[in-house]
Design a protein around this ligand. Structure first.
Ligand code: PSU
Ligand code: MN
Length: 300
């Protein structure tokens, strides 16, 4: 029911580290050709760190674990690719559509294939004004139930960060600050929000994964890996762009699954491409850490 590429299958059989990667970021998170360049660069970094990358997407209704370079290129170009969260799966699978997997569905297919680490840029969360819109990303529910460790650059400042942390706590999801006491907020390394847990090495994180597994605790964990200082954007600049983008979103009445892609695109425009550069750099940075965690976990 899922197609696993040969190299990934071999790696899993031989207990080698595999890192899952998502495809929504390719199809809906970045413009062409930077999306494809980034996806391939992330795969290269994973390989350089001694792990095997597995980019996940849905091709003609078939979930694919470990897309080829050509398939990644096609995901970057095609206009008919559906952003697929958990609720969209019966539709996309049965109607043989092309689907880009979000954090939620990438986690789901990764876990089906027994891949335990997944690297991305940012996860979905509780949106601002969620008390009115009820817009809470299905990524959070997936983290609550599916056993995959997700490495991200914290929670994007377009979201409501305190509410997202509360939600994760309620759902039993540990958020680990990597070499930081605070939650990162994507474009900048420090949101100012204190986390309950800091870990300084990939081995510590791998040990947490092992403990979780041994005690049968369900769900995943989130690793907040701060963007390196010299690559981040000034807080004032990014906050201004976010406010403008959110205002425009309200005026245009954009909501639901269109919200995140719209805001990301708008912020790229408003920062003259600087946010896109930061987004690319932080993913590459996450790829290195995720690979080290996957390696440490396999060794344990
Ligand atoms: N954050 C990014 N780029 C992205 C996404 C998040 O910086 O492309 C994507 C991820 O695939 C994530 C999804 O799972 O957006 C969340 O969408 P929503 O809020 O509609 O659940
Ligand atoms: Mn949503």
């Amino acid at each position: 029911m899922i197609r696993i590429n040969k190299q990934v299958e071999e790696a899993l059989k031989n207990n080698l580290p595999v890192v899952a990667l998502e495809s929504t970021i390719i199809a809906h998170g970045m413009p062409y050709p930077k999306n494809v360049e980034t996806a391939l660069a992330v795969e290269r970094i994973v390989k350089e760190h001694g792990a095997i990358p597995a980019t996940i997407g849905i091709i003609e209704g078939e979930p694919v674990i470990g897309m080829s370079e050509q398939e990644i290129e096609e995901f970057g170009k095609r206009q008919d690719i559906i952003k697929v969260s958990r609720c969209d799966l019966p539709y996309v699978l049965s109607q043989k559509k092309w689907g880009a997997t979000t954090v939620a569905t990438t986690m789901l297919f990764a876990s089906m294939a027994h891949i335990d680490v997944f690297v991305t840029g940012g996860v979905g969360g509780v949106h601002r004004h969620a008390e009115e819109t009820f817009d809470i990303s299905a990524d959070l529910e997936e983290l609550a139930m599916t056993p995959v460790t997700v490495v991200c650059a914290g929670i994007k400042a377009i979201l409501d960060l305190p509410k997202t942390l509360e939600y994760l706590e309620t759902k039993g999801v540990l958020v680990i600050g990597y070499q930081s006491d605070h939650l990162a907020d994507f474009y900048t390394p420090d949101s100012g929000l204190k986390l309950n847990c800091r870990m300084d090495t990939p081995l510590e994180i791998a040990k947490a994964m092992k403990a979780k597994r041994e005690y049968g605790l369900k769900g995943g964990m989130l690793v907040s890996n701060p963007i390196p200082d010299d690559l981040s954007i000034s807080k004032a600049k990014i906050d201004e762009a976010i406010e403008k983008a959110l205002k425009e979103e309200r005026v245009l009445g954009i909501k639901g699954k269109e919200s995140t892609p719209f805001l990301l695109k708008k912020i790229v425009e408003l920062t003259d491409g600087k946010s896109l550069e930061a987004n690319i750099k932080l993913i590459l940075n996450n790829a290195a850490l995720g690979s080290e965690i996957a390696k440490a976990y396999r060794q344990l």
